[in-house]
Design a protein around this ligand. Sequence first.
Ligand SMILES: [Zn+2]
Length: 217
Amino acid sequence: MTTTIMRHPDPVTLMGFAAGTLAEPLAAAVAAHLDMCETCCAEVADLELLGGVLMINAEPPRDEAAKAVVPGRPIDCVAEDVVRHADPSGRLPAPLAAAFRLSVDTIPWKRLGPGVWHHRLPLSQGATGDLRLLKIAPGRVMPDHGHGGAELTLVLEGTYSDETGAYRRGDMQDVDETVEHTPVADKEAGCICLIASEKRARFKGLVGRLMQPWTGM
Ligand SMILES: [Zn+2]
């Protein structure tokens, strides 16, 4: 089934990815989106051609996981290792499945609160930010939160909506610290998404404050 992806990362984010200057969690989320989005994949390939000089100065990934999830050229996301460790169901983007040896059915979810589960993905030593999978039960509202930097959300299953509209499989929401939003999972399907932040998310309100100490969010 072909999914039409309507929501893409900001062009500046794609440029940062092509130049190798994005924080590791953001780069991982963009790599996962590229695996699902031909439009952005082609755009990054063009940017890389234009930005060859920048690429020379980019820092190489620091460990094996980062190498797999942040390929030098996204077109090559189908490197041998990525194919070998891909999610057999094809539901998890190949670079993500390969880097973290996961499929949608083997994610070790931890309960974060009523109707919300998460799994934090390990980053390279010294890398900053936050990369996690989040599962939201049908109709469940996430605690209101602002951001201490850029945040990318990639929908892997189901749908969620917030003040800016609806996001479906493959769609990516690209927000900065000025945005505060309240995502609500689809009433029937719920939602599984990948969330990458430059910094830790700041949850607000009573639920957020109660959750903070024991979730680390
Ligand atoms: Zn795209």
